[in-house]
Design a protein around this ligand. Structure first.
Ligand code: ZN
Length: 338
């Protein structure tokens, strides 16, 4: 694999290849954009391009020399990666990264440090990291990867060259998924609904080491939404979310659901729905009754909830708050089921 295999991110890849060609890599980058669109993949392949011993004429890595293969396998001593554990990046991990960066490269021409989901650094970790960015060790390249760059301190963001990544278009998604998904899932309808549900984020379908299964996530979301809107008070063990990741998955599903509602209200076309055909009957009542203003209000509400997740809200309070917000989508009380 090389930079050319990062599909749908032409402008980002062009900047990176040109930095390699000119031997003018920045000391720190911030790769930002929604999750599951290839930011970390680009970071790894940029590390390859910087250290490749048989680089292509356009600045890309060859993908097959010893450094390229070591980086691919996570075995290169000069390419370091920190990823969050249980939703946080701790200060001791940042300290050992700093220490490793301060040593000269073992064999590569560049030391590359990748911090995945960098906004999950705890504040003291971010402070420690800032020192590293202020005085970057010679010959090192730091790449922060983040799907929520607004959660990073300004002092960190301002020291990085920002490179934006975008969701993929339908054509690129089809190209990528046809190649990667298993035989039974390939058949027309499933492929189409996978493309719709992934919102241009292939990582949600093919998984980035987490084995994400988008179709199962859709089922989980619809079940949770049904529970939230129709279970009788005290009748079930709310909330159904186990952790922050499940809350984020729910909010992903909810955005899609609200998008579907709005599409249906404005176009009346069921064929344009992403979740539509699978939505169970009781939830479908909302399709007929939800008012546009309320849908838009709920959409704003979801954005606010996402921003608030950084403060680790109480799950039960958040569940009830979200339920209260969404119940405005239901038919008027006298027609409301249950
Ligand atoms: Zn190579």
């Amino acid at each position: 694999m090389a930079l050319k295999d990062v599909i749908g991110q032409e402008s980002a890849i062009k900047i990176l290849k040109s930095a390699v060609l000119k031997r003018k890599a920045a000391s720190a980058y911030l790769f930002h954009g929604p999750s599951g669109i290839g930011k970390r993949l680009a970071a790894l392949n940029f590390a390859k391009a910087l250290n490749c011993t048989a680089a292509e004429g356009d600045g890309d890595a060859c993908g097959s020399c010893t450094p390229c293969r070591r980086i691919e396998g996570g075995m290169h001593p000069d390419v370091l990666e920190v990823r969050p554990e249980k939703g946080v990046i701790r200060i001791d991990e940042i300290r050992s990264l700093e220490e490793a960066l301060s040593l000269s490269a073992y064999e590569g021409s560049f030391k590359v440090a990748i911090v995945d989901e960098a906004h999950l650094m705890k504040i003291e970790a971010a402070n420690a990291f800032l020192k590293c960015l202020e005085e970057p060790p010679a010959g090192s390249v730091i790449i922060l990867v983040s799907s929520a760059p607004e959660r990073l301190p300004d002092t960190i963001r301002s020291r990085c060259q920002a490179i934006g990544f975008k969701p993929l278009c339908g054509r690129d998604m089809a190209l990528l998924l046809e190649d990667r998904i298993k035989e039974p899932d390939k058949k027309g309808k499933t492929l189409q609904s996978l493309i719709g549900l992934s919102m241009g984020r292939p990582g949600l379908v093919i998984g980035n080491g987490k084995g994400a299964d988008i179709l199962k996530k859709r089922q989980d979301f619809l079940k949770a939404l049904h529970e939230m809107l129709f279970s009788k008070p005290g009748g079930s063990k709310n909330p159904v979310w186990a952790d922050k990741e499940e809350i984020e998955d729910f909010m992903d599903g909810l955005e899609l659901f609200l998008r579907d509602l709005l599409v249906l209200r404005t176009t009346g076309r069921e064929d344009l729905l992403m979740l539509g055909p699978e939505v169970p009957g009781e939830l479908k009542t909302i399709f007929k009754t939800a008012e546009e203003e309320v849908i838009i209000d709920c959409y704003r509400g979801v954005t606010e909830i996402r921003e608030g997740l950084v403060y680790n809200p109480n799950k039960s309070i958040l569940w009830n708050y979200t339920a209260g917000m969404l119940k405005r989508l239901l038919p008027h009380p006298e027609k409301r089921p249950g």
